[in-house]
Design a binder for this molecule. Structure first.
Ligand code: F0G
Length: 373
C-alpha cells in the first residue's frame, strides 16, 4: 500500500522513509496509509492465513524476507482453572524462531533490503534479537544485536549461532536501545526493533485471530507488554478491519505486565504519562522500563475499553507450569498474558463468565538455557 511516515507526537511527515524517529521531536513514527490504494484479491478471504497473505496491508510491494511466519494455530482449550470461559490460545510459539517477533522481522528485513542496506542493528531483551539475527542471516545481510544485561544466556547463544554480532550492554533494554540507535547513525546500519515497520508486520496476529474466529469478535484479548508494539499493532489491525466493515465491534484489550516492570499499568491507573522504571522481573522478555509505543498502547486500552493489569512473578511462573501441563510450552514473558487472565479471573471472574477470551502466547524460548520443543 502507498504510505507516508508521520510522527506520532508532532504529526509532521518524514521526507526520508529510512528514518527510525521523527527528525524534529525524536518520537516514534507511524506508517500512515493511503487506504484507497489497498488492492485485495477477490479470493482474499479464502486464502490460507500467513504473513504472506497480508502483504496488501504492508508498506512493501512484496515480502522478500518472508520465511513462513504467521499462520499459527488458535487452540480452543477447556481447562479446569478457566472453567466457564471460552478460552482460545494464539500459539505464537510456532513461528520460525518461536515468537511473534518473526511477523515484524519479515517486514523490517524486507524494508532493509528494499532500501539497499547490507546490515542491520537492533536492541533487544532476547527474542527480537534472535528473530532479526535469523532473518538477516537467511537474507544474507549482517546484524549487530545490542542485548540487555538481563537477557538469558540461551537466547544470547542462539543469536550468536545465527551469525550475528552480539554487544552485551551492562544495563537494561533502554540503555541497549540508546546504544543501538547511536550505532545505526555512526555505522549506516538500518535500525530494526520496536519501530513503525515492525508494528505493521505484527498487526497480522489480530488479522489471523479474527479470520480464525470467522469474524466473530472475541470479548477479551490478553497481551503481554514490553515495548507495547504488539499491543498497539493489535489495535491498529482492529481499526483497519473495522474500517473495511469486516468487524463491527472491538474486543477489550487487556495489557499484562509483571509487578517488577509495570510502567504501562502504572500510567494507565494514574491516567498519567509513562515514566521509566528499572525493570526487575523473572519475565526477561518483557523487562522494558520505558515502552517505546507506550502512549499508543494507552490509546489502545482506552479505545477498546480495555484494562492494564500487573501480575507478580510467582504467578507468571505458575502460568508457565499450568500451560505446560496442557502440553503448551511458553517462556515466562510468553505466558504473562495467561497469568493476567488467571489474575483477572481471581477478582473480576464474573466479567469473564461465558465470554470468548483470546490469550496471545507470545514466545517459547525458555529462560534457563533449555529450549522447549
Ligand atoms: N512476549 C515476548 C515473548 C516478547 O519477547 C516480548 C518482547 C513481548 C511479549 C512484548 O512485546 O515489546 O511488543 O510489547 N520482546 C522484546 C524483545 C522487547 O527484545 O525481544 P512488545
Amino acid at each position: 500500500m502507498d504510505y507516508r511516515l508521520r510522527c506520532s507526537r508532532c504529526a509532521s511527515y518524514s521526507r526520508d522513509n529510512t528514518r527510525f524517529r521523527c527528525r524534529s521531536c525524536g518520537s516514534v513514527l507511524e506508517v500512515e496509509y493511503n487506504y484507497r490504494s489497498l488492492a485485495l484479491p477477490d479470493n482474499f478471504r479464502s486464502l490460507r492465513i500467513s504473513n504472506g497473505k497480508y502483504v496488501p496491508f504492508f508498506p512493501v510491494e512484496s515480502l522478500r524476507a518472508g520465511l513462513g511466519e504467521g499462520g499459527t494455530q488458535l487452540l480452543q482449550r477447556h481447562m479446569r482453572i478457566t472453567k466457564g470461559i471460552k478460552l482460545y490460545l494464539k500459539m505464537e510459539t510456532k513461528n520460525p524462531t518461536r515468537s511473534f517477533k518473526d511477523r515484524g522481522s519479515s517486514v523490517e528485513i524486507t524494508k532493509a533490503l528494499d532500501f539497499g542496506f547490507d546490515r542491520v542493528v537492533c536492541a533487544s531483551t532476547g527474542n527480537m534479537g534472535m528473530s532479526i539475527a535469523h532473518y538477516a542471516k537467511v537474507m544474507g545481510i549482517g546484524a549487530t544485536i545490542f542485548i540487555s544485561a538481563n537477557a538469558n544466556k540461551a537466547k544470547v547463544a542462539k543469536i550468536r549461532k545465527y551469525g550475528a554480532r552480539v554487544v552485551r550492554v551492562d544495563k537494561d533494554f533502554n540503555e541497549a536501545l540508546r546504544k543501538a540507535e547511536a550505532f545505526a547513525l555512526s555505522e549506516s546500519a538500518f535500525v530494526c526493533g520496536d519501530y513503525h515497520f515492525r508494528k505493521e508486520g505484527q498487526k497480522t496476529v489480530i488479522y489471523e485471530i479474527l479470520e480464525q474466529m470467522r469474524y466473530d469478535v472475541p470479548d477479551f484479548i490478553f497481551v503481554p507488554v514490553g515495548n507495547a508494539t504488539l499491543l498497539s499493532a493489535i489495535h491498529k489491525g482492529l481499526m483497519e478491519f473495522r474500517m473495511l466493515g469486516w468487524i463491527d465491534r472491538l474486543p477489550r484489550i487487556i495489557a499484562v505486565q509483571s509487578e517488577g516492570c509495570d510502567p504501562l499499568v502504572r500510567a494507565y491507573g494514574r491516567k498519567s504519562r509513562i515514566s521509566y522504571m528499572v525493570p526487575n522481573t523473572v519475565a526477561d522478555a518483557i523487562a522494558v522500563g520505558y515502552p517505546t509505543f507506550g502512549t499508543q498502547g494507552l490509546m489502545a486500552l482506552r479505545d477498546t475499553r480495555g484494562d492494564a493489569i500487573r501480575v507478580p512473578d510467582h504467578k507468571i511462573t505458575e502460568a508457565v507450569r499450568l500451560l505446560g501441563k496442557e502440553g503448551i510450552f511458553a517462556e515466562t514473558g510468553g505466558a504473562a498474558g495467561f497469568a493476567g487472565l488467571l489474575e483477572m479471573r481471581g477478582w473480576k471472574g464474573r466479567l469473564l463468565e461465558g465470554k470468548k477470551v483470546v490469550v496471545v502466547v507470545t514466545g517459547n524460548n525458555e529462560p534457563r538455557g533449555r529450549i522447549w520443543s
